[in-house]
Design a protein around this ligand. Structure first.
Ligand code: GRF
Length: 203
């Protein structure tokens, strides 16, 4: 499945996806990686394995919608069938989501619907929850609000800092995101309204 990734930062989730592709356990072809940040480490990770990259810096466009239209054009040119957000720090606008005729997935470092948006791990610590985790979901027009594909819990320890919690969640993210993508690509993700069922049997 021809796949594009959008990432704004260090790209460790992108790296996990690239690694799973290269060892043959994730049946997608990452055909391009885009970023809104020209200096994103995610771009270097892609270039290191020969994957074309594109920068869509918002300040290069008259407005956000023009930036997103350009991303859509890039996707169409590359015949993209699946879009993965991996630490892409912009919310895609409703026009983009409506025009995207392919699934869009995201990973978020909390058990949604708890703690959407920025600094999810800090939000979890400040709230005082004992369990947090990560969520892979389909992207809709809201903020981290789309139908949930997979979630996994991670304990919050009394000695946790934002960094230590983020790191423990990240290790799970690196396993959960490729697994959710694999399920989707294998046709095991069945959506009925908001609810996503994961088929257990071979299809
Ligand atoms: C991850 O925690 C992800 O869940 C969130 O942004 C972070 C990106 O990290 N959406 P990385 O760039 O993949 O290392």
């Amino acid at each position: 499945m021809r796949t594009a990734v959008l990432a704004s930062g260090r790209g460790s989730n992108l790296q996990a996806l690239l690694d799973e592709c290269s060892n043959g356990s994730l049946p997608i072809e990452i055909v391009g990686v885009g970023s809104d940040q020209p200096g994103a480490a995610a771009l270097e990770r892609s270039q290191a394995v020969g994957i074309p990259t594109r920068v869509f810096q918002v300040s290069d466009y008259p407005h956000r919608q023009a930036q997103e239209e350009d991303i859509l054009i890039w996707m169409r040119e590359n015949r993209v069938e699946l879009l993965l957000l991996a630490g892409y720090m912009k919310v895609l606008g409703p026009q983009f989501i409506r025009q995207a005729n392919f699934p869009v997935m995201n990973i978020h470092p909390s058990l949604l619907p708890a703690f959407p948006g920025l600094h999810a791990q800090r939000q979890a610590l400040e709230y005082g929850v004992k369990v947090s985790g990560c969520t892979v979901h389909l992207v809709d027009e809201g903020l981290d609000s789309g139908p949930i594909i997979l979630q996994e819990a991670v304990p919050v320890l009394s000695e946790d800092t934002e960094e230590s919690l983020a790191q423990r969640i990240l290790e799970v993210e690196h396993r959960l995101y490729p697994e959710a993508v694999r399920l989707l690509v294998l046709g095991k993700v069945v959506r009925t309204g908001r609810r996503v069922q994961i088929l257990q049997q071979e299809v």
